[in-house]
Design a protein around this ligand. Structure first.
Ligand code: ASP
Ligand code: MG
Length: 403
């Protein structure tokens, strides 16, 4: 197999850990695989470099920032290659440029546009382990760019796609994706496999493990992703396309989002175009709307409830005040003490009663549901924040995720 192994900052956090990574790479090679390694900067290194720049300027030129930040990953790549060669395992380190990674010219948050894998294949075919500095590329004029914080996962996925690798393993300090947050429900179980779409919906569980951008890219490029820990030999979680998952569980996981607030608009003028006006104005102010509920109107008035991320409430309020002034809305209230609990699973597509079970589980705990939204593979409920943990635990057991 051709395997891309990506090691994050904590996995290469000091010289001893870099040696551990070298040992793991060596083991993979001895099992008969070809290996391309993508590395992050040693943990804390990128922050340190950012602070160095800030010592001189509050607003340093972005191309200089990219020159600076890209160096952190190059240090790790070079050290790992040196360690591998010393163990008798031929290896070569490459910058993003050498690996053929071309990005747009948006410094400090560039997007990968193309990858020419020729050099990587040349080195692989001559029997070497290829170690690539993550998080970086060059624009079409050869200027160094970086992909945004946490971007070396993206490098790894994009490289795996360009090489048509069999597997892209992302090594972190977390052992995989769980049925729910184990800090809330200690009976949470690690999933063997999960589909891209479920993973995207469970983002609140996986956010610390994988960025959504990386999962989206893996889905687009059809890259089989594995998240696992570099500290033990424990198997991780495979994130793959739905067709590769034979047994489709009704529900794969329970996600909790405590970062939403509810905005309730009362006495909204019930006229054509009002929703369009309100939500376009919110969009213009870059407010992200999640759930929306509009109730049936009476006497030319209706009520409209929606949720926004907690840190966008003030922006939303500024927009809504304009509608108040214009008498298009009679009253507004804000509720910060809510949370959103979601059940996610591809099996829902072909089964009935999955949502009903979620509602009866809440009822049995006497938890009031104030908003509901569904998609093909998800049911989300807004409830009072104080019941968040109870809701997660009872749903987890109602769908037998602890079994
Ligand atoms: N070193 C970069 C950062 O800290 C990229 C990465 O770790 O993925 O954001
Ligand atoms: Mg990192």
């Amino acid at each position: 197999m051709l395997i891309v192994q990506k090691f994050g900052g904590t996995s290469v956090g000091d010289l001893e850990r870099i040696q551990n990574v070298a040992n793991r790479v060596s083991k993979t090679v001895k099992e008969g695989h070809q290996v391309v390694v993508v590395v992050s900067a040693m943990s804390g290194e990128t922050n340190k470099l950012v602070a160095y720049a800030e010592h001189f300027s509050k607003n340093p030129a972005r191309n200089d920032v990219d020159m600076l930040l890209s160096s952190g990953e190059r240090v790790t790549a070079a050290l790992l290659s040196i360690a591998l060669n010393e163990m008798g395992l031929p290896a070569v380190s490459m910058s993003g440029r050498r690996a053929g990674i071309i990005t747009d010219a948006v410094h400090t948050k560039a997007r990968i546009e193309s990858i020419d894998p020729t050099k990587m294949f040349d080195e692989l075919n001559s029997g070497k382990v290829v170690v690539i500095a993550g998080f970086q590329g060059v624009d079409e004029n050869g200027n160094v760019t970086t992909l945004g914080r946490g971007g070396s996962d993206l490098s790894a996925v994009a490289i795996a796609g360009a090489l048509e690798a069999d597997l892209c393993e992302i090594y972190t300090d977390v052992s995989g994706i769980y049925t729910t947050d184990p800090r809330i429900e200690p009976k949470a179980k690690k999933l063997d496999k999960i589909s891209y779409d479920e993973m995207l919906e469970l983002a609140s569980l996986g956010a610390k493990v994988l960025q959504n951008r990386s999962v989206e890219l893996a889905k687009k490029l059809n890259v089989n992703l594995v998240t696992r820990t570099s500290f033990t030999d424990e198997e991780g979680t495979l994130i793959t396309k739905e067709e590769n998952i034979m047994e489709k569980p009704l529900v794969s996981g329970i996600a909790l989002d405590k970062n939403q607030s509810r905005i309730s608009l009362m006495g909204v003028k019930d006229r054509p175009g009002i929703a369009s006006d309100i939500f376009n104005k919110l969009a213009d102010s870059s407010v992200n709307i999640d759930m929306i509920i509009q109730t049936v109107g009476h006497d030319g008035m209706t009520n409209l409830d929606f949720t926004v991320p907690k840190n966008e409430v003030l922006d939303a309020k500024a927009v809504m005040d304009k509608f108040l002034e214009a008498n298009e809305i009679q009253d507004i209230s804000y509720d910060d003490s809510i949370c959103k609990v979601s059940i996610v699973g591809v099996g829902m597509k072909s089964h009935t009663g999955v949502a009903a079970k979620a509602f009866s589980t809440m009822a049995a705990e006497n938890i009031n549901i104030s908003m509901i939204s569904t998609s093909e593979i998800k049911v989300s409920m807004v409830i009072s924040e104080k019941y968040a943990e109870l809701a997660v635990r009872s749903l987890h057991s109602a769908y037998a995720l602890d079994k």
